[in-house]
Design a protein around this ligand. Structure first.
Ligand code: AMP
Length: 228
């Protein structure tokens, strides 16, 4: 299973990538997570990307392309992968095609999470993340057991700097301008399937498994989590 999850910020790509990668035992490749880790570790890459990320703009194509190429060439991507937040520009999509051709690992499917604006705003403005382990929560829909504290590791929950209202607007503009052309790009390659990013996690997970079943992606070697 080799997937790309496409959709605006707040569509639920990260949440579903996490769930699916566990269900199917494939690598979750999130460029946003990789960049945030680099930032936390204060590597030269992280320090360079910090201001761009905080403004809700895209880091340069060559930087993320190199990150993804390295990750997909590694051993854990051999069993399959879910790309979350990459590609985000036509240049990134073309370079992904070339990388996957070199590695002889063609994409199975691109899932486009079509999501309405009020849902996006609600999700992003209420999102809180653990500063220590990165687990996601929501002020209304997915509260931790103790307010402000991560259930998983006890870390403090914070708001991502780019989830502030003024930055959300930028991220959505960038998405419209840079990323929406990819819908057409993957449609032409007959790889795109649209799902509703407005659905709650469990409902959308059920729809995604239906898509995989219909597309024959749950063949031998990939067990159906609902029947396991
Ligand atoms: P995300 O967690 O996917 O919302 O990404 C957070 C931020 O990381 C984005 O707003 C960008 O600044 C940067 N970023 C993540 N993925 C990419 C990408 N594929 N291309 C450029 N910048 C990215």
């Amino acid at each position: 299973m080799r997937l790309v999850l496409l959709g605006p910020p707040g569509a639920g790509k990260g949440t579903h990538a996490q769930v699916l990668s566990k269900e199917f035992g494939v690598a979750h490749v999130s460029t946003g997570d990789m960049l945030r880790e680099a930032l936390k570790a204060a590597t030269p890459l992280g320090l360079k990307a910090k201001a761009t990320m905080e403004k809700g703009l895209l880091v340069p194509d060559d930087v993320v392309i190199a990150l993804v190429r390295e990750r997909l060439s590694g051993p854990d991507a051999k069993k399959g992968f879910i790309l979350d937040g990459f590609p985000r520009t036509p240049e990134q999509a073309r370079s992904l095609d070339a990388t996957l051709r070199d590695l002889d690992m063609p994409l199975s499917l691109v899932l486009y999470f079509k999501t309405s604006l009020p849902v996006i705003i609600r999700r992003l403005s209420g999102r809180r993340v653990c500063g220590a382990c990165g687990k996601n929560y929501h002020l209304l829909n997915f509260k931790p057991k103790a307010e402000g504290i991560c259930d998983a590791c006890g870390g403090k929950l914070v708001q991502r700097p780019d989830d502030r209202e003024e930055t959300i607007e930028n991220r959505l503009k960038v998405y419209e301008a840079e990323t929406t052309p990819l819908i057409d790009y993957y449609q032409k390659l007959k790889l795109l399937t649209q799902v509703s990013g407005d659905l709650e996690v469990r409902e959308l997970n059920r729809d995604l498994l239906d898509v995989f079943r219909r597309k024959g992606l749950l063949g031998p070697g990939v067990k159906d989590p609902q029947r396991a």
